[in-house]
Ligand binder design. Structure first.
Ligand SMILES: NC(=O)C1=CN([C@@H]2O[C@H](COP(=O)(O)OP(=O)(O)OC[C@H]3O[C@@H](n4cnc5c(N)ncnc54)[C@H](OP(=O)(O)O)[C@@H]3O)[C@@H](O)[C@H]2O)C=CC1
Ligand SMILES: Nc1nc(=O)c2c([nH]1)NC[C@@H]1CN(c3ccc(C(=O)N[C@@H](CCC(=O)O)C(=O)O)cc3)C=[N+]21
Ligand SMILES: [Mg+2]
Length: 301
């Protein structure tokens, strides 16, 4: 039997814990934690994610303040906003939604953040603390994945872990956290040779690539734990017919609605082989949001 690692259920547990922490602070006379969300431009997916984050704030008692800027905002104006939020004592956490519109330099903005308010864990100081194995604000997606493993009694110690993707926000920090948990970690990327063969050696396989259905069932070692971070919208029916060969319901939805969400893993195929697997949607995405709430409470404390 394949264990479905239910992100929704675990996100609920994480949110309940944050809500209790917030309530406790308020009961002790503190103001609620406050998260400032900076959203530049009109990327529809970013708007959906930000709406989700604001909803999670409301649920946990965290105050959220949205700053929406037009896509044409000059770099200097965005940086001025970040400086203002850095020094605003009413703001505990700052999230600059990525990707930024073309023409804006995300790295410069992230380096400017007060590390103590960097609830995404993207500032070099927080990255450095993670590298050193010290406490700090850690990236939400990989920490939520670790929390999900822990909640299901899955201990990475001694296992072979393969992380597909080496981005600053998912792949690299995920690999560091698995390493910290005593896995033997391989990081793969677009230049890696024989990806299928490498994946077949993984006891824990994390896919964070951004290519719908890239990981086929035949790439998964029997009994492996599969964590699918990818969130991709598939609209192309020809692509859907390939990646959803084992998933007629998903293919039907794609045809009926003109689009469907899909991870980097072919869920229906992989679930037949894996010992445990996260679905998309209903997996890591919701946990990332819950992780952000936990980081905001931590930043406030
Ligand atoms: N669930 C959640 O909360 C979140 C989900 N995501 C999703 O996760 C996915 C990855 O996001 P992110 O890390 O930001 O992506 P990036 O685009 O920043 O990085 C993608 C990584 O995948 C590698 N890659 C791309 N194509 C291939 C290939 N054909 N074979 C092997 N490796 C490949 C790239 O390699 P190289 O470095 O060589 O270019 C790169 O390291 C996306 O679908 C994104 O939407 C992201 C953040 C949070
Ligand atoms: N500064 C910054 N921090 C981020 O954490 C960040 C970001 N920028 N840019 C984009 C990625 C992506 N991301 C997701 C958050 C929630 C879901 C989520 O809630 N997913 C649900 C619903 C998916 C849907 O309906 O679209 C699910 O998987 O079930 C997904 C993806 C955060 N990111
Ligand atoms: Mg990226």
């Amino acid at each position: 039997m394949t264990l479905i690692l239910d992100g929704k259920a675990h996100a609920e547990r994480m949110l309940a814990e944050v809500a209790a922490g917030v309530a406790d602070r308020i009961a002790r006379g503190h103001r609620p934690p406050c998260l400032a969300v900076v959203l530049v431009g009109e990327d529809p997916a970013s708007h959906v994610y930000v709406r989700g984050k604001v909803a999670d704030c409301a649920r946990t008692g965290i105050r959220s303040v949205e700053h929406r800027l037009p896509a044409e905002t000059p770099q200097a104006d965005l940086e001025a906003l970040v400086r203002t939020l850095n020094t605003d004592p009413a703001v505990d956490g700052i999230l600059v939604q990525l990707p930024l519109p073309a023409g804006l330099d995300a790295k410069r903005v992230l380096h400017l953040l007060d590390p103590a308010k960097d609830v995404d864990g993207f500032h070099p100081v927080n990255q450095g603390l993670l590298l050193e194995g010290l406490p700090g604000l850690r990236p939400c997606t990989p920490s939520a994945c670790m929390s999900l493993l822990k909640a299901h009694g899955i201990d990475p110690k001694g296992t072979r872990a393969v992380v597909l993707g080496r981005s600053e926000i998912v792949g690299k920090p995920m690999a560091l956290m698995l390493l910290e948990a005593h896995a033997t970690v391989t990081i793969a990327h677009s230049r890696t040779r024989d990806l299928p063969g490498l994946c077949r050696e993984a006891d824990i396989l994390v896919a964070a690539v951004g290519r719908p259905g890239m990981v086929e069932g035949s790439w998964v070692k029997p009994g492996a734990v599969v964590i699918d971070v990818g969130i991709n919208r598939v609209e192309d029916v020809a692509l859907g017919e390939r990646i959803f060969a084992a998933d007629p319901a998903r293919l039907a939805t794609l045809k009926a609605k003109g689009g469907v969400l899909c991870g980097d893993v072919r869920y229906a195929e992989a679930a037949l082989v894996a010992g445990a697997i996260t679905p998309v949607p209903g997996g890591v995405g919701l946990l990332t949001r819950a992780g952000l709430m936990a980081n905001t409470l931590q930043a406030c404390r």
